[in-house]
Design a protein around this ligand. Structure first.
Ligand SMILES: Cc1cc2nc3c(=O)[nH]c(=O)nc-3n(C[C@H](O)[C@H](O)[C@H](O)COP(=O)(O)OP(=O)(O)OC[C@H]3O[C@@H](n4cnc5c(N)ncnc54)[C@H](O)[C@@H]3O)c2cc1C
Ligand code: FES
Length: 276
């Protein structure tokens, strides 16, 4: 399930950096003190962050992994100029943030089980989704997080009370189960006979992982509900420029407003740009 959020609730504000720690190879945990966004953000939503550098005019979209009181927790990977500069920010620096943006994941409690699949840094927004159920019905959720190896598994310190519901996977077998998140899930689908249950699946990760999951559901269980978070390059982040559209059965839809969370059955996969 995903929820539309009234975009008038978004704000633009200055946030102080409370922490910006390296937690893995090229991977960082950024904590921003930003009560006004932390109090309204929902799982799956993102912020648009302006890195304080004159050469970088465009904001960078980043998922809020989870919020705690006045703090926004963000995990990011250094991939280019903006994220590299971001990694040089220190506690006490301030950044300009717009958010919360986009729609959000909502768990469907009428289901028998919810399976959350996070590939690499893509697991970030699923932590908040899983945490939001921890006090309610924790046995209902299984979170599978995959990374290339043990060093790239960065979420254990924040999983806390969820640990019983979490399966870790690595491509090289250096931590947890060996294999891709999608393969671990396919095996679970068979052995736990999930096809016979009412399950909802929520995923965030590389485009190839989402495409493999979509193809699996199309073949094995076309009625299964599979929500996924899509990334597209963004300019305005608030619906004005049409720069982030994806093709859907209802025409083009903006990832920054109608997304980032989509029902995979609504996406025209054959036309989707596979570059991001
Ligand atoms: C809704 C959403 C949530 C995201 N959440 C996270 C997150 O939690 N952690 C994380 O590490 N990354 C996340 N990303 C990807 C992140 O925005 C890019 O990695 C980042 O913008 C790259 O900036 P750069 O300057 O380092 O890279 P460059 O490649 O130098 O960026 C050049 C331009 O392309 C854009 N761009 C490049 N890659 C992406 C991408 N994958 N998605 C969108 N725009 C991109 C940049 O914003 C910039 O405008 C998210 C993207 C979206 C759309
Ligand atoms: S980034 Fe401008 S419409 Fe989405």
């Amino acid at each position: 399930m995903c929820e539309k959020k009234d975009k008038t609730t978004m704000v633009q504000t200055k946030a102080h950096i409370a922490q910006n720690d390296k937690v893995g190879p090229g991977l960082y945990h950024l904590v921003c003190d930003c009560a006004v966004i932390a109090q309204r953000v929902l799982p799956g939503q993102f912020v648009h962050l302006r890195i304080p550098d004159d050469a970088l005019l465009m904001r960078r979209p980043l998922s809020v992994s989870f919020a705690e009181e006045h703090l926004l927790h963000i995990f990011y990977k250094v991939v280019g100029k903006g994220s590299k500069l971001m990694s040089t920010l220190h506690k006490g620096d301030s950044v300009d943030v717009v958010g919360p943006l986009g729609n959000s994941f909502v768990l469907d409690y009428s289901c028998e089980c919810a399976i959350l699949l996070g590939g690499g840094i893509g697991a970030a927004p699923l932590i908040g989704l899983a945490k939001s159920t921890a006090q309610k019905k924790s046995a209902f959720v299984t979170l599978i997080i995959g990374a290339q190896d043990a060093q790239h598994h960065i979420f254990q310190p924040v999983i806390g009370e969820l640990s019983d519901a979490v399966i870790l996977a690595t491509d090289d077998g250096s931590l947890g189960v060996r294999g891709l998140v999608s393969d671990v899930f396919f095996e679970m689908w068979k052995t736990r006979r999930l096809k016979t249950k009412k399950c909802a699946v929520y995923a965030c990760g590389p485009r190839g992982m989402l495409a493999a999951l979509h193809a699996f559901f199309e073949k094995e269980s076309p009625d299964a509900v599979f929500w996924m978070s899509l990334e597209e390059k963004m300019a305005c982040g608030v619906g004005a420029c049409q720069g982030c559209v994806v093709p859907t059965v209802d025409g083009y839809r903006r990832v920054c407003v109608e997304g980032p969370i989509f029902d995979s059955r609504h996406i025209l996969w054959g036309e989707l740009n596979n570059n991001v």
